[in-house]
Write a protein that binds this ligand. Structure first.
Ligand code: NA7
Length: 545
């Protein structure tokens, strides 16, 4: 019997970032469904609500980091910079939510604590931290790929007398480091963005580096009116370009091999990309991510730039001692990262050579006994990527099967969108989707539209449930694996693509590396052929197990 204290909807969406906002709009305003979005935060924004650390900005270019499904949204918004900062993206998402009148259907401050498939009722029953319960036949997760903080388990952290903050859970009124000695752990995209900004206010910044990393200058700049006009006038062309590329950015990969041109020409191409900034260097040649010899030429070029920029040779050597191929971990872009180490108030500590032993009340102590006195510690240590946010919600499917059990050996999905044993559960940017290897809004639009079309199909056909088959998931996991192995990406042992950053997590290459354009075709074919790889059942009938 329906619980009296339970709110019934046609669909529940978890999360109000890019994905949840568009999913709400699509289901409510195109299909006419009664939808509720459940959002843990007190506002929209997702990633951009939580990640308020100093220097937080997007690595996609602003004109491409936006919704393209609505001309009104495109024409009613102007980005101020080539790479938008967190506050501007948050303003943009509020603009979207207001323009489409979305907030009235979002329950803020509502963290999902449990979701159970009720087979007899054909409903997902959802419990939340507020005590309010919800139910709907469709449950769609829009929880992001990088939203469950990876907090390192360092002995003594609880006794630290100063402040400790993870970048992805940053206080909304900021942290004042003026005159403070700050230690930052982690040199991924986040640490590389934060270090130059932290160094400007802190009395002293110590960067604790476990794994040296490549980074390319972003060459961020304000956008002029001519560019803003151009982007608006050419929205259709930009959209078409983003739909045609492997990475969802509006620029294609090079067509030549790095090895088919002479050393001088190659160097000139890398130089031009370095001056252009951002992700251009990865796109110079077609085989940067597939041939180790080609990759080495790009890697050597970047290492030479690091040694050129950083004045102290010992520090330069540590920063350039990079052991993974370029772009096999998410390639950061920066504004003055390597230059920061030329400041008098910044030091680099190599914790690969001398690991952190413990946090003491006054700072960090390394295994050698070296001590660093600190007033504040910043964990720029990343996320339990792709699966973390899903697994912490306590989702159970048919036969009360916990998702954690279904994924004990690594995530298993059909197209990254559905999990066998979990009828009517859709995972936007789930593991097995290209999401994190692409310009995220492009992946999100495609996922949302596919899910919306799928639900429309079910309703049209009088079908109540859809569920990925085991065989389809097995084949898709194998295909995701093959796609990864066709690149150099699995060679980066430390990458969060592989789950290797979280102790005890199964090592499975999670995102689909076959390219967004190819993925788009595969998904469209599945829909056009009547959803092979999925089982559907009419109202009142069980999905065959
Ligand atoms: P990343 O890319 O996962 O980087 C995390 C960094 O923190 C990385 O340098 C890690 O070193 C380091 N780390 C993680 N755990 C520890 C411990 N326990 N001790 C020392 N150092 C540690 O996360 P980001 O937040 O920078 O970026 C995430 C994504 O957000 C980014 O790719 C963009 O898509 C946006 P490791 O390499 O594991 O040795």
């Amino acid at each position: 019997p329906p619980d009296a204290a339970e709110d019934r909807f046609d669909a529940l969406v978890i999360g109000a970032g890019f994905a949840g906002l568009y999913q709400l709009h699509a289901l409510r305003d195109r299909l006419g469904l009664r939808v509720r979005v459940l959002e843990a935060a007190d506002g929209v924004g997702g990633t951009w609500w939580w990640n308020r650390y100093p220097g937080a900005r997007c690595d996609s270019e602003s004109h491409a980091y936006a919704f393209y499904f609505s001309d009104d949204l495109l024409q009613s918004w102007d980005w101020s910079e080539r790479y938008p900062q967190q506050p501007e993206i948050l303003r943009y998402l509020n603009h979207v939510a207001n323009r489409l009148d979305l907030k009235r259907d979002i329950a803020f401050g509502t963290r999902v604590t449990q979701a159970r498939w009720d087979e007899a009722a054909g409903l997902w029953r959802v419990a939340t931290g507020t005590g309010r319960r919800y139910a709907a036949p469709f449950l769609i997760t829009a929880v992001g790929c990088l939203s469950s903080a990876n907090i390192p388990d360092i002995p003594g952290a609880a006794d630290f007398a100063g402040t400790i903050h993870h970048t992805g859970e940053w206080p909304h009124d900021g942290v004042d480091f003026t005159g403070k000695r700050v230690g930052m752990i982690g040199t991924g995209s986040t640490g590389i963005q934060a270090a130059p900004v932290l160094a400007e206010t802190a009395a002293h910044l110590t960067v604790f580096q476990r794994t040296a990393n490549y980074s390319i200058p972003a060459r961020n700049r304000p956008l002029d009116d001519a560019f803003k006009r151009w982007a608006k006038d050419n929205a259709a062309e930009i959209r078409a370009a983003m739909h045609s590329t492997t990475n969802g950015h509006p620029w294609p990969l090079g067509t030549r091999s790095a090895l088919e041109v002479g050393a001088e020409e190659r160097e000139a191409a890398f130089r031009a990309a370095w001056e252009k900034g951002g992700l251009a260097l990865r796109a110079t040649f077609r085989d940067i991510l597939t041939s180790r010899a080609a990759n080495d030429t790009a890697a050597d070029f970047i290492k030479a730039r690091i040694r050129e920029v950083v004045k102290d040779p010992a520090t330069a050597a540590k920063l350039a001692d990079i052991d993974h191929p370029f772009a096999t971990k998410r390639p950061p872009i920066d504004t003055g990262y390597f230059e920061t180490f030329n400041r008098d108030n910044v030091d680099l500590v190599d914790i690969r050579a001398d690991p952190i032993a413990r946090i003491t009340p006054t700072g960090i102590t390394l295994r050698s006994g070296a001590e660093y006195a600190l007033d504040g510690i910043v964990f720029a240590t990343g996320f339990d990527a792709m699966t973390g946010a899903l697994l912490r919600m306590d989702i159970a499917g048919r036969g009360a099967l916990p998702l954690a059990e279904a994924w004990a050996a690594g995530p298993r999905t059909q197209l990254g969108l559905q999990v066998p044993g979990f009828p009517n559960l859709f995972t936007i940017t789930g593991p097995g989707s290209p999401s994190v290897l692409t310009n995220m809004p492009v992946a999100i639009e495609q996922h949302v539209e596919w899910i919306t079309d799928c639900i429309a199909h079910l309703r049209r056909e009088g079908l109540a449930t859809i569920e990925a088959t085991d065989d389809a998931a097995e084949a898709w996991v194998a295909h995701v694996n093959d796609a990864a192995n066709a690149t150099l990406m699995p060679q980066a042992g430390h990458s969060w693509y592989l789950g290797a950053n979280v102790p005890g997590k199964p090592r499975v290459f999670m995102p689909y590396a076959g390219g967004m354009a190819r993925y788009r075709v595969i998904c469209a074919d599945v829909a056009a052929q009547g959803y092979p790889g999925f089982v559907t059942a009419p109202q009142g009938e069980r999905v065959p197990a």
